[in-house]
Design a binder for this molecule. Structure first.
Ligand SMILES: Cc1ncc(COP(=O)(O)O)c(C=O)c1O
Length: 298
């Protein structure tokens, strides 16, 4: 499946309220979202037929659009229902879910005040980002040249397509050097996150993670902080300096796609995935499993 291009697969895609054949879910080349990155998206996972934190992702999608100055023309309830129906039609239990909203083609300049807003939802099978047996060994991260921008420079609270430009450049550069991914600093030089996941460190039994003041406060990140709390593990959210990296013993990244993935190296710094990382990795995998309706939190 991995080798089949994404525009040539079988199935259906929810497109502006209708199901269309997967291969026909197309936009015109003169689409504002393509030229000016006026697009916002979500990345979600379904486990056992239920999309984890689906409402929260739908709320974030609408909020991301609002930050870019447009209104996604569907409610949270409608988006949640559309995602569930797409998953059911595709017949997957465990899958990745990708809603995307974008500005259409009515105007093709920087200003696009009257452009219609579109929404599409695709789901596909996507096993864990990193192979399970590789996980506990930890992945190796390069240090990216690009930095997460100042929130005064870019709409960093939005999951906006344009913000991924520097992520793809950084991940490609890391892969070219044999690394799995790259860790990015922020515009001030503090440790920020990976190209598609948040980052955590462990030292003396406590967890440390950068304050999300110029990058996405991931839904997985918030879940991991809650899970650590349930275990009585203290989590310190603060600015982390590059010089501190050598003092941490464990490191992991987390995100919807990456789930909880241990890290063994960042540039010259070496970490050994151990108890806290493994505990949170296992707790996360248990947490994402569907809950019986009576005890489901949402
Ligand atoms: C740049 C970036 N940071 C963090 C995250 C983690 O966010 P979440 O846990 O909501 O998937 C993602 C993934 O969506 C991401 O792309």
């Amino acid at each position: 499946m991995a080798s089949v291009p994404f525009d040539s697969r079988d199935g259906v895609i929810w497109f502006d309220g209708q199901f269309v054949d997967w291969k026909d879910a197309k936009v015109h080349v003169l689409t504002h979202g393509l030229h000016y990155a006026s697009a916002v998206f979500e990345g979600e996972r379904a486990y056992g037929g239920a999309i984890f934190k689906s409402r929260q992702h739908a709320e974030r999608l609408i909020e991301s659009g609002r930050i870019l100055g447009f209104k996604v023309p569907y409610s949270v309830d409608e988006i949640v229902a559309a995602k569930d129906e797409t998953l059911a039609r595709m017949g997957f239990e465990n899958a990745y879910v990708r809603p995307i909203a974008w500005r259409g083609s009515e105007m093709m300049g920087v200003s696009a005040q009257n452009n219609t807003i579109h929404l599409a939802i695709a789901v596909w099978e996507w096993p864990s980002y990193f192979k399970p047996e590789e996980r506990l060994k930890g992945i190796r991260l390069d240090i990216a040249e690009y930095r997460r921008p100042d929130p005064k420079t870019a709409p960093s609270r939005s999951k906006a397509a344009g913000l991924y430009m520097i992520c793809t450049i950084s991940k490609h550069a890391a892969e070219a050097k044999g690394y799995a991914d790259a860790m990015m600093y922020d515009y001030r030089g503090y440790v920020a996150e990976a190209t598609g996941a948040n980052i955590f460190f462990v030292k003396d039994g406590k967890v440390h993670t950068p304050t999300p003041d110029c990058f996405l406060n991931g839904i997985t990140r918030q879940t991991v902080i809650e899970l650590a709390g349930r275990r009585g593990i203290e989590v310190v959210e603060r600015h982390i300096m590059p010089e501190e990296l050598g003092g941490f013993t464990e490191c992991f990244i987390c995100g919807t796609a990456a789930e909880v993935t241990p890290v063994s190296e960042i540039g010259p710094h070496v970490f050994k995935p151990a108890t806290i990382t493994e505990t949170l990795m296992n707790d996360y995998m248990a947490e994402v499993q569907p809950k019986p309706a009576a005890v489901a939190a949402e």
